[in-house]
Design a protein around this ligand. Structure first.
Ligand code: HEC
Ligand code: HEC
Ligand code: HEC
Ligand code: HEC
Ligand code: HEC
Ligand code: HEC
Ligand code: HEC
Length: 399
């Protein structure tokens, strides 16, 4: 959207040029049988993303619902409204040792993390990019040139405290780069300006399409929008991907791109497009499927695929999750989805149903998908000797 708007600003010739470039891009797509053009550094430079707001005029309720979801809040530019966390004098610091601390401060319009060694400011960086809805927490990144670096301090929501960023050593580290793979799970698209395959990547700042937006799951939609704006009587969808027609594996891989834990990639980040198989872009033997070795963080795919529900049915994530709605905490709705396979008319029923009666129909979840302590989302809180973990739902469904 940003790109299109700026074309309009810079005058008529550029509009013509943009339309021309767009037509060529569309034609090339057709010639290549739907294969996208990729720029040198990976990323998706030729595809035109328009942003969620563009969908509202024709799909208002989808947009309204989507804007309540964690996907919509999972990345944002740093601002008063996007950054959670305590900036009061009482709660705005994290002390590594009596000599070393980091303080979260508001300076003019920006929010910064500043490291102080024996009271003297040593390094100060702006919280430019925010990761996380704040459900579990938020981490932050700062620009240096066209690189992004993760900041040492993370807001840990369960404790309502600042903490050392997960996996960081016990000192104020400002030089851990944000790779494109990190962005791939938390934003929709970005153009990578550095050489293909070389990490850490540099990013074209004006090209960011933040959040896990409609187009992350439905593909870049400029062609769809412009077609339907011009042909308002056509009620058949054009130039858009509907995952409803995907095979089971395509559906699973769509969510698995981000909910499949760490995967070793073959292609540059952002190569995946909806409908692709992950095996085209990642080494699939890097998928962890042993529930005992695996972590609950970020690998719902691996946990689920070890469950009997999954292996004995054609279950996908959509068997329980509506990708468009926020349903967090509504355990009754989720339990009804269990009942769609385990209800009266079906053979396999809970052995506890005789003893518990109707009560259990409202909550299958706490017994069969208990919250477990995450090993990788664990932070070092101030003054604690051992890391404090976040609690995550286990997707390994067991008796
Ligand atoms: C100018 C109107 C218009 C705009 C803007 C628009 N769409 Fe659509 N879209 C339609 C029409 C018409 C259909 C077909 C009827 C239906 O399914 O509602 C459709 C259908 C769809 C479908 C279902 C596809 C299928 O095969 O059934 C998806 C997915 C979709 N649109 C996504 C989007 C996204 C994402 C955006 C924003 C980037 C968007 N649309 C913006 C008009 C629009
Ligand atoms: C581009 C990466 C990406 C894709 C693709 C993706 N997700 Fe997510 N999803 C995330 C991230 C990141 C979060 C965490 C958001 C946060 O709280 O900051 C998340 C959160 C969720 C949540 C938790 C919602 C809540 O309210 O806590 C559910 C459920 C979920 N995703 C299901 C799905 C399903 C189902 C699919 C496939 C249809 C899918 N996701 C595809 C990245 C993705
Ligand atoms: C996390 C992935 C994800 C996101 C984000 C997402 N969708 Fe979808 N969408 C899906 C999936 C999966 C389906 C297919 C559902 C099914 O299998 O019936 C779908 C189906 C649709 C359909 C067709 C419904 C039908 O009955 O076939 C429309 C229209 C649509 N989405 C619009 C949107 C719009 C507009 C947005 C943004 C406001 C959006 N979607 C965001 C995953 C997503
Ligand atoms: C493989 C995809 C993937 C990668 C790579 C990834 N994340 Fe995440 N992240 C997720 C998913 C999925 C969640 C939702 C919680 C879960 O399932 O663990 C999440 C959750 C988070 C949260 C907590 C959100 C909340 O409030 O619940 C933060 C903060 C976060 N990620 C930051 C980062 C940062 C920073 C990086 C890169 C250095 C990164 N993530 C890399 C997928 C990913
Ligand atoms: C898509 C259908 C489907 C859905 C939805 C579903 N299950 Fe299952 N589940 C199955 C099948 C099939 C089996 C295997 C039955 C058998 O042993 O033959 C199973 C097995 C189980 C088992 C026994 C596991 C074992 O190791 O013996 C439990 C417990 C279970 N399901 C609980 C749940 C709960 C709780 C939910 C909702 C969160 C749920 N299921 C949702 C299809 C489903
Ligand atoms: C059998 C039903 C079922 C299936 C299938 C399922 N989930 Fe879930 N999922 C749940 C339930 C129940 C919750 C807990 C919801 C809550 O507490 O609000 C949940 C929670 C989540 C969360 C939030 C995790 C947390 O603890 O904050 C994510 C992310 C998620 N699911 C992703 C997925 C993905 C990706 C898939 C497919 C690989 C998937 N789920 C398949 C039932 C299911
Ligand atoms: C109070 C905890 C609790 C609740 C609530 C509960 N279950 Fe169970 N469930 C169990 C236990 C314990 C077993 C194992 C019983 C045994 O093996 O004798 C079990 C077994 C099962 C089995 C395997 C049965 C078999 O024959 O292999 C299924 C399927 C199941 N539950 C589904 C569900 C569904 C669906 C719900 C929600 C409607 C639910 N459970 C609610 C505790 C619970």
């Amino acid at each position: 959207m940003m790109r299109i708007r700026s074309y309009y600003k810079s005058g008529r010739t550029i509009i013509v040029f943009a339309l021309l470039a767009f037509t060529i891009a569309v034609l090339t797509r057709c010639v290549n049988g739907g294969e996208r053009q990729m720029d040198e550094g990976g990323g998706n430079a030729s595809a035109i993303y328009v942003g969620d707001d563009k969908c509202g005029s024709c799909h208002a309720s989808y947009v309204e619902d989507h804007h309540q979801t964690a996907h919509h809040f999972t990345s944002a530019w740093g601002s008063e409204s996007s950054i959670l966390g305590d900036f009061s004098d009482k709660g705005n610091s994290y002390r590594f040792s009596p000599r070393l601390m980091v303080r979260m401060e508001k300076q003019g319009d920006s929010f910064v993390q500043t490291a102080y060694l024996q009271g003297e400011a040593k390094e100060s960086r702006a919280m430019s990019l925010v990761f996380g809805s704040g459900n579990k927490g938020q981490s932050f990144a700062a620009w240096r040139g066209d690189h992004l670096f993760q900041l040492p301090i993370t807001w840990f929501a369960p404790a309502q405290q600042w903490s050392n960023s997960p996996g960081f050593p016990q000192k104020a580290v400002f030089n851990r780069p944000i790779t494109a793979r990190c962005l791939e799970c938390h934003i929709t698209n970005v153009e990578i300006s550095s050489t293909r395959g070389v990490e850490p990547e540099t990013y074209k700042r004006s090209s960011f399409v933040l959040t896990v937006s409609c187009e992350k799951c439905h593909g870049p939609a400029a062609g769809h929008v412009s077609y339907h704006e011009k042909n308002s009587s056509d009620t058949v969808a054009r130039n858009i991907i509907n995952p409803a027609i995907f095979t089971r594996q395509q559906k699973l891989d769509q969510c698995g791109l981000c909910h499949g834990g760490t995967l070793d990639r073959i292609n540059p980040a952002f190569s995946y497009q909806p409908g692709d198989l992950l095996s085209k872009h990642f080494k699939m033997d890097s998928i962890q499927t042993n529930p005992l070795a695996m972590d609950v963080h970020g690998n719902q795919m691996g946990m689920l695929s070890a469950s009997k529900c999954f292996t004995a049915s054609d279950m996908t994530c959509q068997s329980c999750h509506n990708p468009h709605k926020k349903e967090k905490g509504q355990l009754e709705i989720y339990s009804q989805r269990c009942m769609s396979c385990h209800g009266q008319q079906h053979q396999v029923k809970c052995k506890m149903s005789a003893t518990l009666g109707a009560v259990i129909q409202k909550n299958c979840i706490d017994c069969h998908m208990p919250k477990e302590m995450s090993r990788s989302v664990a932070v070092q809180l101030q003054g604690k000797d051992v890391p404090t973990p976040a609690l995550m739902r286990s997707h390994f469904i067991q008796r």
